[in-house]
Design a protein around this ligand. Structure first.
Ligand SMILES: [Zn+2]
Length: 230
C-alpha cells in the first residue's frame, strides 16, 4: 500500500484529469460541474475548488476535505456541492467517485421533472432501466446528497437527474462516475430526439434485465484466466 501522501497526490491528479474529461465530452460550461473521489483508506475526499475555471484547475488546486465537507488541505474553498458529495460517501460505502453536471439534454429532462424512460438498449446496458428523477433540493447543504441517496439506493442506475437542476452520478471509482455522466447525456439526448417526433416505445422489462445482466457481467475485456468471452 502506498503512503498517505502519495495516495493523496495520486487522487488529486486523477480528479484534476477527470475534470478535463467533463469539458472534452461537452458536459459543462464555464465553472459548472464537479468531480470528487474518495481517498482510499482514509475518511477523506478530493473535490473541485469552488468558482475556478476549468483552464485554471491543477492537481494542487483540488481541495481535500473530510467526509463532512470540512477542508483538510487546500488553498481554495471547495465546491458548493461538497456537503452533498460528503453525505453520499458517508451513506454509500461502495461509492468512491461522484460527478455532477448540468449537461443539456439530461438537464432538459430534469427541467420537465421527468425520468428518462428506458427505450434503447444502451440505457438497459448502462443504467438497467430508466434514469430516475430525484427531488428538488437547494444547493449549499447536504440536501442534494440526501436526495441522491434516497433515489439511487436499491436502484441499478448510477445516475440520477435532480428536479430542475441536473445530473449526479456515482461510481466504484471516479472514472466510472465520469463514464456514467457521459452515457447519461448520450442516452438522454437520443431519447429526447426520439420523443420529439413521436411517442416512445420503452423496452420490455425482461429485455432490459437480460441486456443489463449481459453488459455488466459478460461484455468487454475480462481478466478471466479462462480467456475469451462471447
Ligand atoms: Zn449544479
Amino acid at each position: 500500500m502506498s503512503r498517505p501522501a502519495e495516495t493523496l497526490r495520486r487522487v488529486r491528479e486523477e480528479v484534476n484529469r477527470l475534470h478535463a474529461e467533463l469539458l472534452r465530452w461537452g458536459l459543462v460550461a464555464w465553472t459548472s460541474g464537479n468531480v470528487s473521489a474518495r481517498v482510499p483508506d482514509a475518511d477523506l475526499m478530493v473535490i473541485k475548488p469552488s468558482g475556478l475555471g476549468y483552464a485554471d484547475l491543477t492537481p494542487d488546486t483540488m481541495v481535500v476535505t473530510d467526509l463532512h465537507g470540512t477542508v483538510v488541505e487546500g488553498e481554495h474553498a471547495p465546491s458548493s456541492d461538497t456537503a452533498s458529495h460528503a453525505y453520499v460517501y458517508r451513506a454509500m460505502p461502495h461509492v468512491n467517485g461522484i460527478v455532477h453536471t448540468h449537461s443539456p439534454y439530461a438537464t432538459a429532462w430534469a427541467a420537465r421533472n421527468e425520468a428518462v424512460p428506458c427505450a434503447i438498449t444502451a440505457m438497459a446496458d448502462e443504467f438497467g432501466g430508466e434514469i430516475p428523477l430525484g427531488p428538488f433540493a437547494l444547493i449549499g447543504g447536504d440536501e442534494i446528497g440526501r436526495g441522491i441517496v434516497a433515489t439511487l439506493s436499491g436502484h441499478r442506475s448510477p445516475a440520477v437527474i435532480m428536479r430542475g437542476h441536473g445530473v449526479f452520478t456515482i461510481g466504484a471509482d471516479a472514472q466510472a462516475a465520469v463514464k456514467a455522466a457521459v452515457m447519461c447525456e448520450d442516452v438522454a439526448r437520443t431519447v429526447h430526439l426520439a420523443r420529439v417526433h413521436g411517442p416512445l416505445q420503452p423496452l420490455p422489462e425482461h429485455h432490459v434485465d437480460a441486456l443489463y445482466e449481459r453488459y455488466q457481467n459478460v461484455y468487454g475485456q475480462h481478466d478471466d484466466p479462462q480467456g475469451a468471452r462471447p
